[in-house]
Write a new protein. Structure first.
Length: 415
């Protein structure tokens, strides 16, 4: 059912509804885009639609990774290979993530294996008291705001500004190089920060991340750092983990995923890193409460997915080849926009390019590109008010489709 659906029941339940759901201003962004795609195809059944919208990976998994999962799954059909709760792979995976991806900047027991960043971002809301306030980049991945609303960290959504009362929005615009004024979070308890950023494709420098960590330390804030796209960073001046910054272990948790690193969008595997030094005001280690959440509300990531995760970390060269492939797609998209005379941001150190159409409505541009180019993008305003006038273009496509999409965009926009 859509958000606006109402059903008349002969006998409604007496349990009260979570009133925060009524505050949500619209349906979740990507199902709305999905419906627009479906409606377009119904009206244009012969159209050859190319999707560069939702950030879903398209390259097949490298053979050693898919074979590792297949072998493990086959082993579950034997007495010797069967495992239930608490598969042996979890501790090994924690060790390998700490070593391979963090170069031992974190300890294995500070890594919590999960079924992906999106789920983790929801679970992390449970860690903090309901009165804890949140600051987010604007624009930002919708889960940050929507989950905060659902957990009661906001007031109503203003019809004009499209912002929720009680949530601090830190605008990321061309004027500030898409790095926000962090001091806007002075009255917030939690700073949610995605780097490289989704949707803008912006990537913070070491100096900018040092500024973020210093502000958090000086003001007693906690940073929820989403590094889901860190594998796409090629600039040595842009840290891949917040723990590369001195002092970050005292103020930051990091959420990350195998989804965009290794094409596990369907397999589902991720992790949260929570250092021992991070403590609440009463001295309780945050790691202690996070462990309780993960053991009480979560039964662990699929053991088959974990087998795949181990294979990923044993075959990083093949994984990096696919990341490079998507990076080359991003380069084609940037070159296309340049030829069209369309201003853009990102697309370097990130798989997303943020195309700017000043004075235009994001949804109007989404519809224009869909109807005239048969290409699906994502409207920037769907990520927050500061995204108005932008559309996000994803590099997660097959090369032939990206080349064809660029040709269509040039035909429509090139003067």
């Amino acid at each position: 059912f859509s958000l606006g659906d109402r059903i008349t029941c002969a006998m409604p339940i007496k349990a009260p509804r979570n009133e925060n759901f009524a505050k949500l201003s619209a349906g979740y962004l990507f199902p709305v885009i999905g419906k627009k795609k479906t409606d377009f195809m119904k009206a244009n059944p012969d159209a050859k639609l190319i999707s560069l919208g939702i950030g879903d990976t398209t390259c097949p998994l490298p053979a050693p990774i898919s074979e590792a999962m297949a072998s493990y799954a086959k082993g579950l059909g034997t007495l010797e290979g069967y495992e239930g709760y608490d598969p042996k792979s979890e501790s090994v995976l924690q060790e390998k993530i700490a070593k391979v991806l963090y170069n031992d900047m974190v300890k294995p027991n500070e890594v919590f294996i999960s079924d992906g960043s999106k789920c983790d971002l929801g679970r992390l809301q449970i860690l903090f008291g309901q009165k804890a306030s949140v600051a987010v980049q604007d624009p930002a991945y919708p889960v940050y705001v929507d989950s905060s609303v659902i957990f009661g960290r906001s007031g109503a959504c203003d019809a004009t500004s499209k912002q929720y009362a009680g949530i601090t929005y830190m605008p990321c615009t061309p004027d500030n190089g898409f790095f926000p004024d962090i001091t806007k979070a002075k009255d917030s308890d939690i700073i949610v920060f995605c780097n490289p950023n989704n949707p803008t494709g912006a990537c913070a420098t070491r100096a900018q991340m040092e500024q973020l960590v210093k502000f958090a330390k000086d003001n007693g804030k906690v940073i929820l750092f989403d590094s889901a796209y860190a594998a796409y960073i090629t600039d040595p001046n842009c840290p891949k983990s917040i723990y590369e910054i001195e002092g970050a272990r005292e103020v930051a948790m990091e959420s990350s995923s195998f989804s965009k690193l290794a094409g596990f969008t369907g397999v589902r595997l991720g992790w949260i890193t929570c250092p021992a030094e991070l403590t609440f005001a009463d001295g309780t280690p945050v790691k202690q409460d996070l462990g309780r959440i993960m053991s009480t509300l979560f039964n662990g990531a699929s053991s088959v997915a974990q087998a795949g995760g181990l294979a990923v970390l044993d075959n990083m060269d093949a994984v990096k080849d696919i990341v490079k492939y998507y990076g080359e797609n991003a380069k084609l998209i940037r070159e296309c926009l340049e030829e069209c005379g369309i201003a853009y941001y990102g697309g370097v150190n990130a798989p997303y390019t943020f195309a700017h159409f000043p004075g235009k409505d994001s949804w109007d541009m989404f519809d224009d590109i869909l109807n005239n180019c048969q290409v699906v993008t994502t409207p920037g305003v769907g990520f927050g008010p500061a995204g108005q006038g932008f559309v996000r273009i994803s590099a997660f496509g097959q090369r032939d489709n990206v080349i064809e999409a660029c040709a269509r965009l040039k035909k429509h926009f090139k003067k």
